[in-house]
Write a protein that binds this ligand. Structure first.
Ligand SMILES: [Mg+2]
Length: 370
């Protein structure tokens, strides 16, 4: 057993090496709250609550307030052996605030995994009651990921796509939805530059109307541009619209902003609104809920993917651990930390050709540089 001594958040602003542009926003930093859970014995765990004004409405300030005033009191003084109950109490401690809950739960699980001397992926596999994933030769795990190409002109997209492929990425995620009239031209420009061997997926980030979505997706199919999946064509709250679009097109539709938690997923299943779901810790509230969503989706025959917000290495490593533990049917979207100009952590994940590599250490295998 280990008693929890303190829980606190630290705001970080991590500069990007390249601006990140979607239909919803443009940013040149990852703004995030890194949460530490510390035991009396000095074991530390980390978690992360990214600022995501446009999707969850969470900010660094709101996450910090939630951690300090609501979530930390749930854990301080408690025994880490009681972590399943503690995780459940975090969920019920307040409404929403999924980023803050994900950060605190991840940090708690990081401590638990450290105490057990196992990587977080093994703890999560045990929790899901599946065989523990086998560690690679270096002791860590490798998870395939796409890389995002920011929204921009066809020429800019083509140039960025060529650069990413030259760096070894084999799957590109294009941000569309900024202008339905020219979205097909953008995808075509990228396909012409990268050739047929590179995977292309699209994320409209809620940028299209229902009608525009159908028009653009049908044009994409007609142009035979090899699009793997189209993510969140219409507004997140318009689940009926998502189903309406899906019934009129033949490319797979992936629900992202539409699905935060289990009730959203059930609604998507009821309405047949998507072919696959993108699970993110900052939407669902932590790895425990993430495992449940992935299991429920898989059970219902829905495709699964794990993604992240623009967040740093801690949140991405936690999401990659989820993938390493239980797998997904669709390749992950875990490139966020690749955009960071440098890592504010010691240890932690690194990027290789088309993959994110988790280190060999216990838990998340990383610590925050003071
Ligand atoms: Mg998305």
């Amino acid at each position: 057993m280990a008693r929890i001594r303190a829980v606190w958040g630290r705001a970080l602003s991590v500069p990007l090496h390249t601006p990140f542009v979607t239909a919803l926003r443009r940013t040149s930093t990852i703004d995030t709250l890194v949460v530490t859970v510390l035991t009396v014995e000095g074991i530390m765990g980390l978690g992360e609550a990214p600022q995501v004004w446009a999707v969850t409405g969470d900010s660094v300030a709101s996450a910090a307030a939630c951690v300090e005033q609501v979530l930390a009191p749930v854990l301080v003084g408690a025994d880490t052996d009681d972590w399943p109950d503690l995780a459940a109490h975090l969920v019920g401690a307040c409404a929403r605030n999924f980023g803050a809950k994900a950060a605190v739960e991840t940090a708690l699980l990081d401590v638990v995994a450290h105490l057990a001397g196992m990587p977080l992926a093994h703890l999560l596999a045990d929790l899901a009651d599946v065989p523990r994933p086998v560690q690679g030769p270096g002791g860590g795990f490798e998870v395939a990921t796409d890389v995002t190409i920011s929204a921009g002109s066809p020429d800019a997209l083509g140039a960025a796509a060529a650069a990413r492929v030259a760096e070894g990425f084999t799957r590109l995620k294009l941000k569309v939805g900024t202008d339905a009239a020219t979205d097909v031209a953008r995808v075509r420009a990228v396909r012409e530059v990268v050739g047929g061997g590179v995977g292309i997926r699209l994320d409209a980030n809620q940028g299209w109307s229902r009608e525009d979505a159908v028009t653009v997706i049908r044009a994409l199919s007609g142009a035979d541009l090899g699009v793997e999946v189209v993510e969140q064509p219409v507004a997140g709250g318009d689940v009926e619209g998502l189903a309406w679009v899906r019934s009129r097109v033949d490319l797979p539709i992936l629900a992202d902003e539409t699905v935060f938690g289990m009730s959203d997923l059930d609604r998507v299943l009821r309405l047949g609104a998507a072919d696959a779901v993108n699970v993110k810790l900052a939407k669902c509230g932590g790895p425990v809920a993430g495992l449940r969503l992935l299991a429920r989706a898989a059970e219902a025959g829905l495709g699964t993917m794990v993604g992240s917000m623009m967040e740093s290495h801690v949140g991405v490593a936690a999401a990659a651990s989820l993938v390493a533990a239980v797998g997904t049917s669709v390749v992950s979207d875990l490139d966020a930390a690749w955009w960071a100009a440098q890592s504010p952590y010691a240890g932690g994940p690194a990027y290789g050709p088309g993959v994110i590599r988790l280190g060999p250490g216990a838990g998340l295998g990383m610590s925050l540089v003071p």
